[in-house]
Design a protein. Structure first.
Length: 260
């Protein structure tokens, strides 16, 4: 009987610790900061990026936490293995958040620029664009709509997309909501395969871009969480175990010692 009670207690503690580590608003599952010019694809959190084409190290946005960046041209992109399990009631990833700190030069202002491609095969259009006209510098797609605010060349922006397919598709820039777009269907175009691509497009609509931070969460962050991330170049907070979590871990250790 004592063994049974101990096992139940341990299982309960494990569940509480798991909840403390994985808060309701989601977990940062991938972070790439491009600070190491000799290893631009290395990850701060998650798996290293793959590279299709070429990359070059350039200066970041200039804040103390953002001195380095990567530059990718037409046909160059990063395949990202995000590691998120299917969610949102479908067979693919339907709830997620992606963050980019990006800048494009004036020479490419009149070109389409894709931010990401949800299809691993990269056999169709990208899935979020900065458009060249109508108006120039707006962000979005035909399916979701475009922002009325616009970006400008040679300027760093923190673009965040928060997606809950079946409920909403939202674009934020520097912590402010720019687009409450058309909601997309579960397992549709804006669900994620196990690998998505940054800056990829199937037919060349991926003009030169600089990237100084990339981050992925396994849930659709709300406006407060995204607002707290601020503008381009701000350090992206890496969650640490909460004090409650640490207390549970300590208690679990005490119980383990007692069993011995």
């Amino acid at each position: 009987m004592r063994v049974t009670r101990t096992l139940v207690t341990s299982a309960t503690l494990f569940m509480l610790v798991a909840l403390a580590i994985h808060p309701a608003y989601g977990t940062l599952v991938g972070l790439w900061e491009f600070e190491n010019a000799g290893s631009l694809t290395s990850a701060t959190i998650g798996s290293s990026l793959a590279l299709t084409g070429a990359e070059s190290a350039v200066a970041g946005s200039g804040t103390p936490s953002d001195m380095g960046a990567s530059r990718l041209g037409v046909g160059d992109y990063y395949p990202v293995t995000h590691g998120i399990a299917a969610n949102g009631g479908g067979s693919f990833v339907n709830e997620y958040t992606i963050l980019w700190d990006v800048m494009y030069p004036a020479a490419t202002a009149g070109n389409w620029k894709t931010l990401w491609q949800t299809s691993t095969a990269n056999a169709n259009d990208g899935d979020l664009f900065i458009r060249p006209s109508g108006p120039q510098g707006a962000i979005g797609t035909f399916d979701t709509g475009y922002t009325t605010n616009t970006t400008s060349p040679d300027t760093w922006y923190r673009v965040v997309v928060s997606v809950d397919n079946g409920s909403f598709f939202r674009v934020y820039v520097d912590g402010n909501e720019w687009l409450n777009g058309v909601s997309q269907p579960v397992d549709g175009r804006f669900s994620l395969d196990p690998v998505f691509h940054v800056f990829a497009d199937n037919d060349g609509d991926d003009a030169l871009m600089n990237l100084s931070n990339l981050a992925v969460w396994d849930a659709a962050l709300d406006a407060n969480a995204i607002g707290a991330l601020g503008g381009a170049g701000r350090a992206i907070p890496i969650p640490e175990p909460t004090s409650m979590c640490l207390a549970f871990l300590a208690l679990a250790g005490v119980l383990r010692l007692r069993r011995r």
